[in-house]
Design a protein around this ligand. Structure first.
Ligand code: SF4
Ligand code: SF4
Length: 182
């Protein structure tokens, strides 16, 4: 019998070691959050609810092509300007069936606009519904205005001008140039 084995017959070493671990956690800062009164801010790269900006979107369809489960539905028509004769695509439908989404982010990565016209870095995740089919089907208007969605505190809706790269508006704004009226 080794010395430690002999000692463990006299002193409950394993028990004391376990109590030490428990005691360490007892004196650490508590991590419990009293949700929903308190909310933990998601990380900057957290993929939350979609934001969509139809003004920025150029109707290229790359997001729909990139989606591995084909849950982005886009439909458009072409209008011809009577003055210039130029053709312009107008988006009639931009829907995402969010209940089937796996939040892979490939749609956002595929979007060529700067910043992206479809994005998930919204820090917002509260969109619970009692009925999934309609409740988690987001059309163009809903993706833009977020009806039924509770934005993370301090985050603007896409319709209010949320910046996909800075949803909490923390980046310093560029200083106005001398002589700039704006
Ligand atoms: S995040 Fe959702 S909508 Fe976007 S590509 Fe992935 S599965 Fe499709
Ligand atoms: S990839 Fe971006 S610009 Fe192209 S249709 Fe999708 S959201 Fe619009």
């Amino acid at each position: 019998m080794g010395f430690m084995d002999f000692l463990s017959t006299l002193v409950p070493v394993e028990l004391l070691r376990g109590m030490g671990v428990t005691g360490g956690y007892f004196f650490r800062a508590k991590e419990t959050v009293q949700y929903p009164e308190q909310r933990v801010e998601p990380k900057d790269r957290f993929r939350g609810l979609f934001g969509y900006d139809s003004e920025r979107c150029i109707d290229c369809g790359l997001c729909a092509k990139a989606c591995p489960i084909e849950i982005i539905f886009i439909a458009d028509h072409v209008e011809v300007s009577p003055e210039t004769g130029k053709k312009k695509k107008v988006i009639d439908r931009y829907d995402i069936d969010v209940k089937r989404c796996m939040f892979c982010g490939l749609c956002e990565q595929a979007c060529p606009t700067e910043p992206a016209s479809i994005w998930m870095t919204t820090k917002t995740y509260e969109a619970a519904v009692y009925e999934r089919d309609e409740g988690l089907y987001f059309d163009k208007k809903r993706l833009h205005e977020w009806q039924g969605v509770k934005a993370f505190p301090g985050v603007k809706t896409p319709a209010e001008g949320q910046d996909p790269t800075d949803p909490l508006g923390r980046k310093p704004k560029p200083k106005p140039v001398d002589g700039d009226d704006g």
